[in-house]
Design a protein. Structure first.
Length: 373
């Protein structure tokens, strides 16, 4: 039985990375995240936001502003899960402009309401319990050849076979990396590229891919113009799928992919999509329309957002094309949880070995001392 919310707090989270991570749009050495804590005097729920200016036009400051705007209405109007769904529907327009900000609020409330009802997140949502093995992609940032070869070697030693490479657009450097990785894995790796909106012209993309010395599975966000219409035109000129990330942020855009289902894959990141409920809606709709899905992640996510991504993947498995994230303390100096949700050998993550089944909600034990305001 839910008992409402009595407190809502938000805190900025700054956890150093063990190594910096670079791509065309940004370079990071610490998290850019906020944590929302929802309480009722007995239980606490935790949610996470990873705002990115180049993804959803959000920043730490905009999330803090949105939180203060939403807080009075949530405290007054939302007492349980049904109220939360109703609030989401009423506030859909403003939430769509602040998706990662809403994500943290929604996750904290879902965690709290699950604990109040003494059940798991999945039971609250009436979906299958989290079980089985999930396999993550090796992600390598844009950098020097030496840094690339070192990281690629580490991934191969861990028996990864699925790779996402952030590219610079310089064919000499990029192709050298691709060939190195292909030879290192004896041609057994599946490689996709992330351009992070690198090129202005479609022909530049076509030429880059035409001359590529290895087989590429898919390419993500190649054009500066974040437009599905422009990307449809590009899809007619190349033979590999295009991955939509910054260009896709709501379920309504699926209508634009009709008759182009096999030309596109959606990168579904829970923070970008505006929380877990909207992410699940998109995942089910994309599966029904036969549009490919990658369950993605923002660089620097903690186990809270990893847990939310696993919930989405579990709801549609084995439909997803790939999964990203799950780095835990492979990337972060520390996580928020006593036992981080993170991949191991071959990129495999088995939640049943890492979750605390004696806990309700997200089934994570949060180390509150690791959240510094």
């Amino acid at each position: 039985m839910s008992r409402g919310i009595t407190t809502l707090e938000i805190k900025e989270l700054k956890i150093p990375f063990k190594l910096s991570f670079k791509h065309h749009s940004a370079e990071r050495s610490t998290t850019q995240s906020l944590i929302v804590i929802a309480g009722d005097g007995t239980y606490k729920g935790y949610g996470e936001s990873c705002p990115r200016e180049y993804v959803t036009n959000e920043s730490i400051e905009s999330v803090l502003g949105f939180f203060e705007e939403m807080k009075p209405g949530l405290l007054a109007q939302v007492k349980d899960f049904e109220d939360l769904k109703g609030f989401l529907k009423k506030q859909e327009a403003i939430i769509s402009k602040n998706p990662s900000a809403w994500c943290a609020l929604e996750l904290a409330l879902l965690d709290l309401f699950s604990k109040q009802n003494q059940c798991s997140l999945e039971k609250l949502l009436s979906i299958p319990e989290l079980t089985g093995t999930f396999q993550y992609t090796a992600v390598i940032g844009d950098g020097t050849f030496d840094s690339f070869s070192k990281m690629a070697g580490q991934y191969v030693k861990m028996k990864f076979s699925d790779f996402k490479i952030k590219i610079s657009g310089d064919p000499v450097l990029d192709y050298k990396k691709f060939v190195f990785l292909s030879e290192l894995t004896e041609g057994k790796s599946r490689i996709r590229l992330d351009a992070n909106n690198l090129w202005k012209n479609k022909e530049d993309v076509v030429n880059y891919l035409r001359n590529c010395p290895v087989t590429i599975f898919a390419v993500e966000e190649p054009l500066v113009e974040k437009s599905i219409t422009h990307l449809k035109g590009l899809s007619l000129k190349i033979k590999i799928p295009l991955i939509l990330d910054e260009s896709f942020n709501n379920v309504g855009q699926l209508e634009q992919l009709k008759e182009y289902q096999h030309a596109f894959i959606i990168n579904l990141r829970v923070s970008k999509m505006g929380g877990l409920l909207r992410s699940l809606e998109l995942a089910w709709a994309a599966k029904k329309q036969n549009v490919g899905l990658i369950i993605g992640a923002q660089v620097g996510e903690t186990s809270i957002l990893t847990r939310a991504g696993l919930c989405v993947a579990n709801a549609i498995k084995p439909y997803q094309t790939a999964m990203e994230g799950g780095f835990g303390t492979q990337l972060l100096e520390h996580d928020l949880t006593q036992t981080p949700l993170m991949f191991g050998l071959a990129g495999e993550l088995r939640p049943e070995e890492l979750l605390d089944r004696s806990e309700n909600g997200f089934q994570l034990k949060i180390r509150e001392g690791s959240i510094v305001e």
